[in-house]
Design a protein around this ligand. Structure first.
Ligand SMILES: Cc1cc2nc3c(=O)[nH]c(=O)nc-3n(C[C@H](O)[C@H](O)[C@H](O)COP(=O)(O)OP(=O)(O)OC[C@H]3O[C@@H](n4cnc5c(N)ncnc54)[C@H](O)[C@@H]3O)c2cc1C
Length: 379
């Protein structure tokens, strides 16, 4: 392409911002447009610390105005609602139609909220307001029962977000103990699988159950969840009493996908190939939670993986605009620290290695340090 390409990026989360930095590095003069609801970045992994007061919402939300100015971004504050013209035009809820030479979709996923009575459960991953609700309810609870669980997407079992639920469970257990309330409050972990969190690795999943046993946390495993009521979780294996239900449903792709002709995976994500190209579409890429990518069955839906996909997508997109073949494939890599508010357990998985290290205070601090460094990139 002879003129400077006009590239549009959807979203302002992990994948979108990493893509912007990669594109700017390799194509300083490209025209970049970002479409997202707000010019801000939310550091989602630290939401787990809001309920127990280790973080406030405003510490995790960072304005992007300076970053966008520095990178000469045209920012459009809008929700994408669809695409036309083989993805060359983006439609938004602001009645604006935005044309592009190339498109990178990084607008994240969403949660399946189909179970009857799901409104009685609080879903931490929905963001800062949900985390604040959990905090408020925890502070009010003097005795009773809290139930913690996560589901998956039956059509795409990899679309589950279990790690943060383990962190919430262990973090709340630590906090209740510190508040001298733990003896009066029962904690129950429920999951349809008999070994939940298997994508972290068999050993790590076993380790999570061992931690629950050591912390006197009840488990209710291997029973399909059928419904929630105000004070119960209903499963095919019985009822769990709960004054507070904390539940992370399985994930699916963005709702606006249904207003496009983009290919969908079985679980409703945007289907990509190994180069993060949207299958069958020219100059159209996807990175992060919005996409379904080829890879091992433990391929994580994580910020780290979103960053790797965004780098590959940006590099391959610039090459395609220059009539060159794609070269960059993101390597599957799962890295996470399961934090309990005092210590952290490091879990690592790639094609060659899979290991878990014992809980250490060091990893709790490392997780906090990493958060600071990561958000700091956008100051
Ligand atoms: C509580 C919690 C803990 C987590 N812990 C970890 C962890 O320890 N380690 C880890 O690696 N990952 C963790 N994750 C997962 C990680 O946060 C996600 O995988 C990551 O955010 C995915 O990046 P993304 O860019 O695809 O989506 P997001 O970061 O969700 O960004 C999506 C962007 O798209 C925007 N958007 C949404 N809808 C539209 C629309 N219609 N039009 C335009 N823009 C739109 C959003 O505003 C946002 O800017 C955690 C997640 C949660 C919620």
């Amino acid at each position: 392409m002879s003129k400077q390409p006009n590239i549009t990026i959807l979203g302002s989360g992990f994948a979108a911002l990493t893509a912007i930095r990669t594109i700017r590095k390799h194509a300083p003069d490209a025209q970049l447009t970002v479409i997202a609801p707000k010019a801000e970045f939310t550091y989602l992994p630290s939401l787990i610390w809001i309920p127990t007061g280790l973080r406030e919402g405003q510490q995790l939300t960072h304005p992007l105005n300076d970053f966008f100015t520095r990178n000469r971004i045209k920012f459009v504050a809008a929700h994408v609602t669809g695409l036309t013209d083989d993805a060359r035009v983006v439609i938004t809820d602001q009645q604006e139609h935005i044309a592009n030479d190339a498109l990178l979709i990084a607008s994240g996923g969403r949660f399946l909220k189909k179970l009857p009575g799901i409104e009685h459960a609080v879903t931490l991953c929905e963001g800062i307001p949900a985390a604040n609700t959990i905090r408020q309810k925890l502070q009010q609870l003097e005795h009773g029962n809290i139930a913690f669980g996560f589901g998956s997407n039956p059509a795409e079992p990899s679309a589950a977000r279990g790690g943060p639920m383990f962190e919430l469970l262990f973090g709340i257990d630590t906090w209740l103990t510190q508040q001298n309330k733990r003896a009066a409050i029962n904690l129950t972990f429920f999951n349809p699988a008999s070994l939940p969190g298997k994508r972290l690795g068999e050993k790590a999943a076993q380790n999570m159950l061992l931690h629950m046993k050591q912390r006197n946390i009840n488990t209710h495993l291997g029973h399909k969840i059928t419904a929630f009521t105000e004070h119960t979780v209903e499963t095919e294996g019985g009822t769990i009493d709960a004054d507070l239900i904390l539940f992370m449903p399985g994930m699916t792709g963005p709702a606006w996908l249904n207003n496009t002709t983009l290919p969908q995976s079985a679980g409703g994500f945007i289907q990509a190939d190994e180069f993060c190209r949207v299958t069958g579409f020219e100059r159209t890429y996807v990175a992060g939670d919005a996409g379904s990518f080829p890879g091992p069955d433990w391929l994580p839906k994580q910020a780290h993986m979103a960053d790797l996909q965004a780098k590959s997508a940006a590099i391959n997109m610039l090459r395609e605009l220059d009539n060159q073949a794609p070269v960059s494939t993101p390597q599957a890599e799962l890295v996470c620290i399961i934090d309990d508010g005092k210590t952290g357990t490091l879990v690592f998985h790639n094609a060659k290695h899979a290991f878990i290290l014992p809980p250490l205070r060091l990893f709790h601090w490392a997780k906090m340090w990493f958060e600071k460094q990561y958000i700091g990139q956008y100051r």
